[in-house]
Design a protein around this ligand. Structure first.
Ligand code: PLP
Length: 361
């Protein structure tokens, strides 16, 4: 079946096959990777390889540390303000464009003063702000935003405006590695792996090294970024299997896809197939996100009524198009079409949409 799950989500078939081939015994080793100490030379090589593959794919210089952490993206909601806000007299600025930003704000409030500089809640999170819609103080602790709101399907087309004195922080969990970006614009960018980068269990955190000193030694050890940076993500046992797969996904992007520019082009074409099916349906399908911020990763739309929605989901599943039900807070359909979703799957869904609309419209 074509799996449109929002996450954990589809992985490249070739990566899954490699993992299967190597599962019982890692080539060159005498055990399975899952049975291997994280201090073992073979694993250290895998760890470095995953980091280096990400660095070359994304163009990350040594000014940044790349950390592989546990606790999911959700722990970053707390780790970021714990390191960069707690104990300061500064205020952190937050842009709220959906559910995940809202959750991050809830956690940040426990750590210090925050200012929600833009809130799209009143329009049911269907857009992102334009330049000039909000102000960030020059001395803010940081500016936080979520580049792609997975539930609502709204995506920033480029980084939000931010004073150069203020570190920009992005939750890129659901659009990590979907397009090239200039990491030098960021203080910190993070993503859980289970959408575009691997299985659940690891969160990649890319942090500018000068920010590592901001965490207090009084923080619980795991929460202090510096401990992870100084110990090569081995301050405690890292999620070895998830890191191993993440490294393979990064190499797949480089070798099989041709890098992030090529990936972006594919993602634009794939998502356009679905947005065209929506736009050409004479109002049968209603897009949740406004056209200028539609996500290339999570396509959200509704049908005229609940009966048709149920029939759509059932009919799609009968055609091997699964996990299309939208999140309960938005309703409707959400088609998550991450990097590893083949174009063929999106074409099948677009055809199904057209057929369903013509029969029921
Ligand atoms: N941020 C975004 C944008 C997400 O899509 C998700 C999960 O879907 C999260 C954060 C939370 O991730 P986790 O479950 O790994 O904590």
């Amino acid at each position: 079946a074509f799996n449109f799950s929002a996450g954990p989500a589809v992985l490249p078939v070739s990566v899954l096959q490699e993992v299967q081939d190597e599962l019982l015994c890692l080539p060159g080793a005498r055990t399975s990777l899952m049975e291997m100490s994280h201090r073992e030379k073979e694993f250290i090589e895998i760890l470095h390889d995953a980091e280096n593959s990400l660095r070359s794919l994304m163009g990350i210089s040594d000014d940044y540390a790349v950390l592989f952490l546990q606790g999911g993206a959700a722990l970053q909601f707390s780790m970021i303000p714990a390191n960069l806000l707690r104990g300061t007299d500064k205020t952190a600025a937050y842009i709220q464009t959906g559910t995940w930003g809202k959750k991050a704000i809830g956690e940040a409030k426990k750590e210090g003063k925050i200012n929600v500089v833009y809130d799209a809640a009143t329009s049911n999170f269907n857009h992102v702000p334009a330049a000039g819609d909000y102000q960030v103080a020059d001395d803010a602790a940081y500016l936080y935003y979520c580049s792609n709101e997975t539930i609502q399907g709204v995506q920033f087309q480029s980084e939000p405006e931010c004073p150069s004195s203020v570190p920009l922080i992005s939750d890129a969990s659901s659009d990590f590695l979907c397009r090239p970006l200039d990491i030098n614009k960021y203080g910190l960018l993070y993503a859980c792996a289970q959408k575009n980068a691997g299985p659940a269990g690891v969160t990649a955190v890319i942090i500018r090294r000068d920010l590592l000193d901001r965490g207090s030694d009084q923080l619980p050890g795991y929460l202090n970024y510096k401990n992870h940076a100084e110990n090569d993500s081995e301050w405690n046992t890292p999620p070895t299997f998830a890191i191993y797969v993440l490294g393979k996904v990064a190499r797949w992007l480089t070798n099989d896809i041709g890098g992030l520019d090529a990936m972006e082009k594919i993602n634009r074409e794939k998502s356009q197939l679905l947005y065209s099916a929506i736009d050409e349906s004479d109002g049968f399908y209603a897009s949740h996100a406004k056209p200028d911020c539609r996500s290339t990763m999570n396509v959200t739309f509704n049908l005229p009524n609940d009966e048709l929605l149920t029939a759509f989901i059932k009919g799609a599943a009968e055609n091997d198009l699964v996990n299309l039900k939208g999140h309960r807070s938005v309703g409707g359909i959400r088609a998550s079409i991450y990097n590893a979703m083949p174009r063929e799957g999106v074409e099948c869904l677009a055809n199904f949409m057209k057929d369903f609309a013509s029969k029921n419209g």
